[in-house]
Ligand binder design. Structure first.
Ligand SMILES: [Zn+2]
Length: 161
């Protein structure tokens, strides 16, 4: 029955290339890199990071939308820089990011050292979350914040969607 063979081109379309019944929506995504310096130390940790030390951190803020604006953009990179970079500059750049529980806090406070205190350990993971939460609260459709603590160590905080 040559007309009903599975090699018939019309049937190939039917059998081998069905339209997908479910699919994920396609999205546009842009990222902005921001560099800053910070100091910290980790409590309850036995490695080198239990001592006060610093990092040249690189944070990458990623924004995602399903439709572009009138300019054909997800968002102006300048807007992320203006809002997020400014907050980083004013609050955590060149500061000690420490746990509120850290016994070093009163001594640094007495010396007038600038600090940013967290309710949690100031790991790269928690600093990534701090920046994610700030950017989200400012209304950016942020889906992911990555913090490169060193050129080899990356922590990511991202939306589960
Ligand atoms: Zn560190």
């Amino acid at each position: 029955m040559p007309g009903k063979s599975r090699h018939n081109p019309e049937q190939l379309t039917t059998y081998y290339y069905p339209l997908p019944t479910t699919h994920h929506p396609l999205m546009f995504r842009v990222s902005r890199k921001i560099e800053f310096c910070y100091g910290h130390r980790l409590l309850g940790y036995e490695g080198k990071c239990r001592h006060l030390h610093g990092h040249n951190g690189v944070v990458v803020v990623t924004i995602e939308v399903s439709e572009l604006d009138d300019r054909g953009m997800v968002l102006d990179f300048g807007d992320i820089k203006r809002v997020v970079s400014q907050w980083i500059d004013e609050h955590i750049d060149h500061r000690m990011i420490l746990s509120r529980e850290d016994p070093a806090v009163p001594a640094l406070e007495a010396l007038g050292e600038p600090m940013f205190l967290l309710d949690v350990n100031p790991t790269a993971e928690n600093i990534a979350k701090l920046i994610y939460d700030f950017a989200s609260a400012e209304g950016f459709p942020v889906v992911e914040v990555q913090l490169w603590e060193t050129p080899n160590c990356l922590a990511t905080y991202r939306s589960g969607r």
